[in-house]
Design a protein around this ligand. Structure first.
Ligand code: IPT
Length: 996
């Protein structure tokens, strides 16, 4: 109490308000808050703190279940670390952990520990988001399939729902608790629920449920702060420790990736945050890092443009302007909707157009992000800042109406100012010229001081700093944006950048004598001039790389953006615990595709990195004593000194050996639809005889022929209706529900009646199918093969939309209203909730005959099958299945991600699934698309040894179907320091008792 009273007095007297009157009243340091259960992770109104030290949490979202190769998590975490981020947020998918009520499994890819360990090893903190609801474009939004059969409204305090989730939260919560920072693990925050923001009328926010879930997390051992991500700053679920919100301001229209709305850049976030939780940091738990693409969409390359480097500059810098000190990008690495992970709407790739692509290669977005992340990491003044002129930013500081400038001042340090400039009309590509007139510690200055103007070219944004501390150097101002700075061997090394050819100024403020500046490398057109208050201004153009020595202690690197992309800032591990989280002793390296990590041993600096081309020389800025010997990926390099004292190495050559890929020519094939043969017996199928209706969004729907009612929650579903014809039936009408882009085909005994081939719009379809002739009296069987695109998500709480049935909603015989189906039978994956393959999990297999038999698995004895390939295909409707094996021999030391690449030859419509060593890694619908490249990670593909590829081909039209081509291709090549990959477990086929 006394201390805070003193602090108030101190700030009142400090003259803080004198410089910036409008900040008064906001600079009072509020009391540090804790959960009361631990004191390692705390927070106040500005930022989170770890062990009492302020930390800006910047990072992105990664889903462990979307990358089943556990040994590849480290690669992705190291890529996150190398760009300068320090946190990753991840969802946990309840439905795959508890596919049968009461039976929770962490087998195979479901084990969370390798993910936690990899984060620890890379030095990345984690935010766990166990749901129970997660959304995330996952089947059921994370809810388990069996949940569709549990009465009562979900995502409310309804007891049947609460009982349903408790076992999961208890079990998973305990795993999270063990890995909290308090127990030496990487988890620092745990999110309750997800976007608990929309409620089906008449239901409203259910505070009882909210409290209950927090209590359940606490009971499971969670002691770190509990957070919540409101879908927008709307004040829902404020009862958590640190409330925050989500934002996707550029939307999801990847078809028009360069179209931005004029007012797309939100300016209200900070005010909203202050309205709801002024005691806490402004936390954005999901901010757009890419976009969803859907069946029939334009493809993720477009989403990567919609959310590309321009988007990152404008929107992330605006988050900076709003003093957002917790910013998590959704997604940072999207991964793959392999098996049945996808919710309806999205397809196999969950690339998301994110900075790290699905094949783990790096987009330009990654490099742009690196510029910003590094700046945030070295700008502690930002962690106690406040935006000063929200909604009064237009023309402010520039006098140019076409520009908005947010002034964000360090409210505690009372020194540094950040000026975030952007277009008033976010949609414009116009070029704006401006001068910046800002208060500084030597009085108001108009910049550039040495004449000329600054430029903002189209969709761009800049952060100009004032009175910014870089080591012992004070930058009076810099319009060239700061990439990073570091104090190394007593020198302050400062890296600034701008677009190629732009005019910028950086000014230094000295205590006493003003030194002169000397260009020691590059040209850069550097002008210098002393200005009042012991200051020296440099004016320059950002083009290539120019290095300027200012006095004897400052080295200024002036870079254009592309050159800045080449720089990496890494930190050698410290001693003690949390060694890989150290942010001390920065080492700066220029060059290479990726620099992952550095370590120092005595006088030797060891660098681990990846190259996609030979680099003539690396430039290294490191303490002299610890870089007498420099090793790159274990090999010593020759070094020499540059004229300004940094190191240049000898050539580092990229070794990118040719790898021969198999041409997939020798295939075996078998029929995968014996169900339509007169010899087939469905005796072992489940009888579908339950009467049921479910409320979905307030409406009762018929669920009698809903696959989930019988335990089948994923993949293809088959129905067989046995009936006795009266002698007048001319056809059948079927209303089938499967989710958008689904399809179905119908047979009468062995006769094909027709298909609904599906399109991107329909989630249900009622079709009429004529019999070839009016039926004679007697027994017949209707067989319906339907696609199941995943259980629906359940974004609205209390609407139970995820209970939307998958199956036959209604049927009717044409020409007769007397005909009764004597029995309906159904099958999905073998065993239903008692799924067979515990390693590949509950969503890997559907109900195709081939899948039930395990034909997709390695080692299935297909010796008796005939030859036939997917490029020959079939000439009639039905389902055929293909298998081939091939060897790969990819040397170690390279990262060559591969993909199955397909094209289609026929006009007919078909659906295919691809299985690599038994893992279903692609679902292709040729007439809907858009995906034709299906990345398969190393570890699912065995890079040394024999692989099994299997393909299902469901021809929906009368002419059959075939592929024009189906190939394995390499999608990116690097000479890599990545840890060697351990293959995912891929058990062989064994005979399946009771299979039908
Ligand atoms: C937000 C969800 O929280 C997240 O799970 C994911 O679905 C994401 O969107 C979109 O990919 S929902 C928000 C767009 C309203």
């Amino acid at each position: 109490m006394l201390l805070s009273a003193l602090l108030v007095l101190f700030f009142a007297l400090s003259g803080f308000a004198a410089r910036t009157p409008s900040i008064s009243g906001r600079h009072v340091l509020r009391q540090t808050q804790t959960t009361g259960l631990q004191d390692i992770v705390t927070w106040d109104q500005y930022s989170f703190m770890i062990n009492g030290k302020r930390i800006g949490l910047f990072g992105g979202e990664i889903h462990p279940y979307r990358m089943p190769v556990q040994s590849l998590h480290l690669d992705v975490f190291q890529k996150v670390k190398a760009l300068g981020f320090n946190v990753v947020s991840f969802y946990i998918f309840w439905g795959i952990l508890e596919p049968k009520r009461g039976e929770i499994s962490f087998e195979g890819f479901r084990d969370l520990q390798p993910f936690f360990d990899a984060a620890m090893e890379a030095g990345i903190y984690l935010i766990a988001r166990p749901g129970p609801y997660i959304n995330a474009e996952t089947a059921g939004g994370g809810l388990p399939g069996w949940g569709t059969n549990v009465d009562g409204l979900w995502r409310t305090s309804n007891s049947s729902y609460v009982e349903a989730y408790q076992n999961y939260i208890k079990t998973v919560g305990a795993k999270l608790a063990e890995n909290q920072i308090t127990n030496g693990g990487p988890i620092i925050l745990v999110q309750a629920e997800n976007e608990y923001s929309g409620y089906q009328a008449p239901y409203t926010e259910d505070f009882e449920y909210e409290t209950r879930l927090i209590e359940d997390l606490h009971a499971a051992g969670i002691t770190v702060p509990i957070t919540h991500n409101d879908a927008w700053p709307g004040g829902h679920y404020l009862g958590v420790d640190v409330y925050g919100y989500d934002s996707y301001p550029n939307g999801f229209d990847c078809t028009h990736p360069t179209t931005w709305l004029a007012d797309a850049v939100p300016e209200y976030f900070f005010g909203a945050h202050e309205g709801f939780n002024p005691e806490d940091p402004n936390a954005v738990y999901e901010f757009q890092g890419g976009a969803i693409d859907s069946w029939g969409g334009p493809g993720y390359a477009n989403c990567a443009i919609l959310t590309g480097p321009e988007f990152e500059r404008v929107f992330y810098k605006n988050e900076f302007a709003m003093s957002t000190t917790m910013l998590n990008l959704y997604m940072l690495y999207g991964g793959t909707n392999w098996g049945g992970i996808a919710s309806p709407g999205v397809y196999t790739s969950y690339d998301y157009g994110a900075a790290i692509a699905e094949d783990r290669s790096l987009r330009e977005k990654y490099y742009e992000l690196k510029l910003q992340a590094n700046f945030w990491a070295v700008s502690p003044a930002f962690l106690t800042s406040r935006p000063m002129n929200i909604f009064a930013s237009q023309a402010t500081f520039t006098g140019n109406d076409a520009l908005k400038t947010t002034q964000t001042l360090d409210a505690v340090g009372n020194q540094t100012g950040f000026y975030v400039v952007r277009q008033t009309d976010a949609s414009t590509d116009a070029i704006q010229k401006y001068k910046l007139t800002v208060p500084t510690s030597i009085g108001e200055l108009t910049i550039p001081q040495l004449g000329g103007e600054l430029t903002l070219n189209g969709k761009d944004s800049k952060i100009h700093v004032v009175d910014y501390k870089a080591g012992s150097t004070i930058l009076l101002y810099s319009t060239g944006e700061i990439f990073t700075w570091a104090t190394i061997d007593g020198h302050d090394i400062i890296l600034v950048y701008g677009n190629e050819g732009e005019l910028h100024e950086t000014a230094f403020k000295f205590d006493t004598d003003v030194p002169t500046a000397a260009v020691v490398s590059g040209s850069g057109n550097v002008k210098q001039q002393n200005i009042s208050g012991n200051s020296l201004t440099l004016q320059y153009e950002t083009s290539g790389q120019t290095v300027v020595e200012v006095g004897s202690n400052i080295l200024l690197y002036i870079l254009d953006r592309d050159t800045a992309y080449d720089f990496w800032v890494l930190h050698p591990p410290s001693t003690g615990s949390f060694t890989h989280f150290s942010t001390e002793n920065p080492i700066i390296i220029k060059g290479g595709y990726l620099m992952r990590s550095v370590s120092i041993s005595g006088d030797t600096l060891s660098i681990a990195g990846d190259l996609n081309t030979t680099v003539p020389s690396l430039e290294i800025i490191a303490p002299a004593a610890s870089s007498k010997v420099v090793k790159f990926n274990g090999k010593a390099l020759q070094t020499s000194k540059t004229v300004y004292g940094t190191l240049k190495t000898s050539e580092v050559s990229a070794t990118l050996p040719e790898v021969s890929l198999p041409d997939l020519r020798h295939w075996k094939t078998a029929d995968s639809l014996p169900e339509i043969s007169s010899h087939y017996s469905d005796d072992l199928w489940t009888v579908a005889n339950r009467a049921a209706t479910f409320p979905v969004s307030g409406v009762q729907v018929n669920a009698s022929l809903a696959a989930s009612l019988y335990g089948y929650h994923t993949g293809n579903i088959l129905w067989r209706g046995h009936f006795n014809a009266t002698g007048s039936e001319t056809g059948v009408k079927l209303d089938v529900w499967g989710g958008t882009a689904f399809g179905y085909s119908v047979w009468l005994d062995s006769t094909f009646l027709g298909s609904w081939e599906g399109d991107a719009a329909h989630a249900t379809f009622e079709g009429s199918f004529n019999f070839p002739t009016t039926l004679k009296k007697g027994a017949y069987v209707l067989t319906v093969l339907q696609d199941h695109m995943g259980i629906e998500t359940n974004w609205w709480s209390a609407d139970d939309f995820f209970k939307t049935p998958r199956g036959i909603q209604s049927f009717e015989f044409l020409g007769s209203n007397e005909t009764q189906v004597t029995v309906w039978k159904v099958t999905g994956n073998l065993g239903g909730e008692n799924y067979v393959d515990k390693t590949r999990g509950p969503l890997n297999e559907g109900g195709l005959f081939a899948e039930r038999q395990g034909w997709h698995l390695p080692g299935y004895p297909d010796g008796h099958w005939k030859s036939g390939s997917p490029t020959t295909g079939i000439s009639q409707p039905g389902v055929s299945f293909y298998r081939t094996t091939f060897d790969l021999n990819v040397p170690s030391g390279v990262d060559y991600p591969m993909a199955l690449v397909v094209s289609n030859a026929t006009d007919s419509q078909f659906r295919s699934q691809f299985y690599v060593n038994g893992y279903q890694f692609g679902k292709y619908i040729n007439h809907i698309g858009p995906q034709t490249v299906f990345p398969v990670p190393q570890g699912i593909l065995k890079y040394q040894g024999s692989n099994t590829l299997a393909v299902s081909l469901w021809a929906a039209g009368p002419d059959g179907a075939k592929f024009a081509a189906l190939e394995l291709k390499i999608t990116s090549k690097t000479d890599s320091s990545m840890r060697s990959v351990v293959n995912a477990p891929m058990p062989d086929w064994t005979s399946r008792p009771g299979v039908y």
